[in-house]
Design a protein around this ligand. Structure first.
Ligand code: SAT
Ligand code: MN
Length: 571
């Protein structure tokens, strides 16, 4: 037990879990450097971690996960509410009693021979009223090391838990890493999570998707706030004003790149700057001034490695130079991390540790990841840790759509914005197991993460439109549109600044737009296209009326199928 007092509810729970799981040892994590170093040494000794080249990448490590355990498993992820309807058709559901019986059996004796780590953590700045605490019990030192980077973990969180008495209980075991004995269960009514049989990020770092989205979205609805799958950036204009934008994209659609965008030189010269607040999750709450104020509940980035390069994301590349945990990337012959899209070197070993052979597929797993402290990011906002958060001026929804959806358009008002978010669809990516590249409905990029009925979720969004509210403007973007030959129509990455400039201009009231049935859109003269002579702007913005009607009909059918009458309320 840690020095100082432990709330009896926590002590009792830990004792009960230990009785069931039978660990050899219990370690209460204090979050200290010494503890972290000891964990790393332990994992180096047993082969869980491989030290990377200390000259080029000091403090960096590689973890190779089980080849069957490399992504979130949505088909094994359940929301277990008393009423089935509360979880909604957007979640797999299991009755709480049945789920508990199943999990109790799996956890029985599963930590024999292992150390059980008790990890108190805080999602959000430790002194923020928007932050929430949890405790994860796990038998994976790799999970502990990641939680230390991704959350405010240790003694300070424990003190806050002692003060508040309330915390989310997360129980995790690697089990046998058997895909047949793997479940991620959420019990929002009990504020608890149970995860068995996977060591992968979103399945095992329970502070992240399990707590900060599935459980938090449930709490947010009860308490009148929003827990969203959104990055947060501050966009500083040449006048020196900073507008904060929250943007929802499905996993592996470039959220981390957008969060760390470096404006092209022309913009930098004029004084534009993008500040990173968060790259994955956003908690927002209406404040007395009527605006939504947001925090990033995380303290680090768990980003997709492939495609990260000096061109796509120089800020990320800079921060990954030291003190980073890499998972399932490839290795060069001198022990440096490598992934597709990084540069033109040829790696020596693939993500499974085999000598690299292109016949075996990509060298780095397409969902290989880096875990790094947010404070290492060169563009990390000086306001990222403000306890009250940052005020949100615009919300951006985006999907990965090869056709149909134009580069950018604006919602006419909040309710129309909710309709746009609810109508989102996107091509699937390697962040979850299953087929890649098929278009599926992913409203507000929350399909895998909303912890309750989507119909109630949209109604909750609509409820923010009330007297005195000064709500953000809402936009939709698509960076991924392709021409008939399959080439991207938009250069993306840093050039997305042009779209952000238009969005900020709309917020400030200075940028023009043309009306369309989708909502206001930039006309040719409204968006800076200088130097993009090759870019076919008309093709990018073109909307096929028939195909759009069909898409809207599908979205309407989807929303009406959730809760009849809801579509009409979405202006
Ligand atoms: O696996 S995570 O959920 O942590 C990352 C992601 O898929 O967005
Ligand atoms: Mn994500």
């Amino acid at each position: 037990m840690p020095a100082g007092s432990v709330p009896p509810a926590l002590a009792d729970w830990v004792a009960a879990v230990a009785r069931r799981t039978r660990p050899d040892r219990i370690h209460w994590c204090d979050g200290s450097d010494a503890e972290y170093d000891a964990l790393l040494a332990l994992m180096e000794a047993d082969g869980t971690l491989i030290r990377l080249n200390p000259e080029t990448h000091p403090g960096c490590w590689l973890h190779r996960s089980d080849p069957d355990d490399v992504a979130r498993v949505e088909h094994l992820t359940f929301v277990c509410t008393r009423e089935r309807d509360a979880a909604g058709p957007n979640n797999h559901w299991m009755a709480p009693d049945e789920a508990h019986a199943k999990m109790d059996a799996l956890f029985e004796g599963c930590m024999r021979g292992r150390t059980m780590y008790v990890v108190p953590y805080c999602m959000g700045p430790i002194d923020s009223p928007l932050a929430r605490c949890g405790v994860e019990i796990t038998d994976s030192p790799y999970v502990v090391a990641n939680m230390r980077i991704m959350t405010r973990m240790g003694a300070a969180a424990l003190r806050r838990i002692e003060r508040e008495g309330r915390f989310v209980r997360g129980l995790h075991s690697l089990g046998e890493l058997d895909p047949e004995r793997r479940f991620i269960m959420h019990f929002p009514e009990e504020l608890s999570i149970q995860s068995y049989g996977s060591g992968y990020g979103g399945n095992a770092l329970l502070g992240k998707k399990c707590h900060a989205l599935r459980i938090a979205s449930w709490q947010a609805r009860e308490e009148g706030w929003l827990a969203e799958h959104m990055l947060i950036v501050g966009i500083q204009t040449p006048r020196g004003d900073t507008h904060y934008v929250a943007a929802a994209f499905p996993s592996a659609c470039g959220k981390t790149n957008l969060a760390m965008l470096i404006p092209p030189e022309r913009y930098r010269e004029r004084g534009w700057k993008v500040w990173t607040v968060g790259d994955d999750i956003c908690w927002m709450r209406p404040s007395e001034d009527g605006r939504l104020w947001a925090i990033n509940p995380e303290a680090g980035f768990f980003g997709v490695a492939p495609g990260t390069s000096a061109k796509s994301n120089p800020n990320a590349l800079a921060m990954l130079q030291r003190d980073t945990l890499f998972t399932n990337v490839a290795l060069t012959d001198d022990g440096q991390p490598w992934w597709e899209g990084l540069d033109d070197r040829v790696p020596a070993f693939d993500w499974q540790g085999r000598p690299y052979d292109p016949a075996n597929g990509p060298a780095a797993h397409p969902n290989s990841r880096f875990t790094v402290a947010a404070s290492r990011c060169p563009s990390y906002s000086p306001h990222a840790e403000d306890p009250q958060g940052v005020p949100i001026s615009a919300i951006v929804f985006g999907g990965r759509r090869a056709s149909l959806v134009p580069l950018v358009f604006e919602a006419r008002d909040w309710t129309h914005g909710v309709r746009i978010g609810a109508s989102m669809a996107s091509e699937t990516t390697a962040a979850a197991t299953g087929q890649v590249g098929v278009v599926r409905r992913d409203p507000m990029a929350m399909k895998p993460f909303c912890g309750y009925h989507f119909g109630d979720y949209f109604a909750h969004w609509l409820s923010f439109d009330r007297p005195g509210a000064r709500l953000p403007k809402v936009f939709h973007v698509n960076w991924f549109r392709k021409d008939a030959d399959g080439r991207f129509l938009w250069p993306g990455f840093g050039e997305n600044m042009r779209v952000l400039e238009w969005i900020v201009g709309r917020v400030e009231g200075s940028a023009g737009a043309v009306e369309s049935r989708l909502g206001p859109m930039p006309g040719r003269g409204d968006i800076d296209l200088a130097g993009l002579e090759d870019c076919d702007f008309d093709a990018l913005m073109q909307v096929d009326p028939e195909a759009w009607s069909k898409e809207s009909e599908e979205a309407r059918g989807f929303v009406e199928g959730l809760r009849p009458g809801l579509w009409r309320q979405m202006g």
